[in-house]
Design a protein around this ligand. Sequence first.
Ligand code: C5P
Length: 229
Amino acid sequence: KRLWLVVPAAGRGRRMGAERPKQYLTLAGHPVLVQTLARLHQAFPEARLCLCLDPDDAYFDPAWVPFGEWRRSPGGAERVDSVRQALAALADEAHVDDLVLVHDVARPCVTVADLRRLLANLREDAAGGLLATPAADTMKRDDGHGSVARTESRRGLWHAQTPQGFRYGLLCRALDAARARGLEVTDEASAVEALGLSPRLVPGRRDNIKITHPEDLALAAHILAAQRE
Ligand code: C5P
């Protein structure tokens, strides 16, 4: 069976407030997108890549892609729309039982060890799975006016990261069903859960951060340097 990598990189990164989308900001000497693809390629050199890119993207350079076999698909309005388009772009070659790992371009600090461990876990699990970390902070629910309504137990709460991996057929079915039911889908696992399945939580590293806010770029640079020591 083949391994497919879907990398949503069609976001405009408005929360960064930068002059260009965050995947093109420089991190440790290279664009974020290059760092992320380098990690994925190091872990899975034989995988096939589908990169979701904004059709109006003015920054992307195909020379940055280290994979031998890759294609691009147009991004959609939301992240989930970009992923749907990517799955559609694979339909000619992907088999229902092929594994698809979806990894946000904005997570360049994922380690090769975590990537491989996730894949090893997925091979045994029909419901797929994701990298995640247990919640460490005490969790508050607000009252809608800036004050605490109550404290939520953090026991059993996890932060969902990417990659998230599923069989191609299952993921297509889950995202179609979610759309038909009008569900809000912010990650692949939630669509699979809505089918009544329980994706595996694979404990990952807390430094697999998603670059979202301006200060995250310096943090990511620090993490990459520390990982190389
Ligand atoms: O904005 P946020 O960090 O939640 O986006 C997560 C990932 O989804 C990023 O890698 C971003 O490029 C991607 N994305 C996308 N298409 C969209 C919105 C976000 O591929 N329409």
